[in-house]
Design a protein around this ligand. Sequence first.
Ligand code: NOJ
Length: 539
Amino acid sequence: MSVTSRHRWWQRGILYEVYVRSWADASGDGVGDLRGIRSRLDHLAWLGVDAIWITPFFPSPMVDGGYDVADYTGVDPLFGTIGDFDALLAAAHDRSLRVILDLVPNHTSDRHPWFIESRASRSSPKRDWYLWRDPAPGGGPPNNWVSEFGGPAWEWDAATEQYYYHAFASAQPDLNWRHPQVRGAMYDAMRFWLDRGVDGFRVDVMWHMLKDEHFRDDPPNPDYRAGMAEYRSLIHAYSSDQPDVHEVVREMRAVLDGYDERLLIGEIYLPVDELVDYYGREGHEAHLPFNFHLIGTPWDARQIAVLIDRYEGALPEHAWPNWVLGNHDQPRVASRIGDAQARVAAMLLLTLRGTPTLYYGEELGLRDAEISPDRVTDVREESEPGRGLGRDPERTPMPWDASEHGGFTHGLPWLPLGELNRSRSVEAQRDDPGSMLTLHRRLIALRRAEPALAIGDYWPVHAGGDVLAYRRTHGGRDLLVALNLGSSHARLALPPGLGPFRVLLATIGSLEGGTCQRELELPANAGMILEPLASSDRR
Ligand code: NOJ
């Protein structure tokens, strides 16, 4: 067995998030769909990624963009049919692309037949499938828990005179994961898709699934300041990340382990030490608890180096790391750090140790689009308006070409594309050697060609000023990655024993092929991958 073949496809591979509503619309109704995805798969094969995670396309009233599921084993007509799904899966597999679905087990839609039955009466056989509570002794909600979307997490049901709990919108009641039938029903839904051939799941809000059995109040957050999202007013000691959630994750993993090589990803926003618990003590939980820490860490060489060290240090021995720069809930990376640094960030993401996940449009350098008040669709914007919490700006349609709606749709797009993003289409960048798209394609190709980047070890070299540098090594190959996270020229004195080097790939093309002996010159916003000069000479 070669060293590489010891690694699973998702360890060597690169994941790509397709936000289904915004990627490609074949039907012409202005909303992306499954046939649209199929029609554009060649982009992904050309780009070189290994798997797509498709956001929810299940029947849904779309209160929260499909994260309010009314049927776990169907396809919403907005997105197509089950036949379209099967055709998409087959077409993806034909191109060696794996397909990961979004499983939303924490809550359903309030229109899901389970909830309709549960809410019908206190004696309904499904009453306990959800979290129903009496009012507090003095009246009002049973405890102080706050919804992630702001406001109390409890909704009064006048007909049955109890409150139900919803961690998100009131149209998204939380399931009771202590009920064995709930677990069984969700595992059956997983098997439905696994039997059809899907390659795994990204599990929505995995750390939310269980809550304190005694429904104790969450303590106030002493660091809360006016202007922050209301959810941050409390420390969620009792409403999320409960110790017994790990048993549920192990059960989900066991469902997947009944099949070959399927992948379990957890969406988890927790500090590093708690995040890594979701790998499980013996590695029997999530394969990849999503690591979102690059999104919140200041774009500063030292702070990022500390993050990498803390994360690498916290990982259990069996655990495989992963990194993310953005997703459909977060401002886009190019808007957070600017266009020039977004190129450096792409190099960081694609050269760190661990599976990278790209968010659609990152490969084009898309930015958050401006959404006028009359075009707002996101429930998050509506729940706490004007605070910049809405997620429409990062969810705008993918620009494919120069045609009227960027080739995304023949109809009217559900969100505007934004002028700047329209100019950054796939067509505009595909043949441009200096484009963001070309940079991504080359970085991906290099990562695939160089086991040192895909599966090699990580060694910190330097973090100071604006410079972050590290080595990736494997089987005698020793690559240096040097990133200038700032907008002024910088220098890196190579530590004794390192070098000389030749620049293999750079965010600024003119730097490629250059050599350095003892000191590396890093122009503003430059990132480089370097190989030892001697070995490159031998090749
Ligand atoms: C996380 C999803 O990514 C987000 O879009 C959604 O609003 C919440 N979970 C609730 O499902």
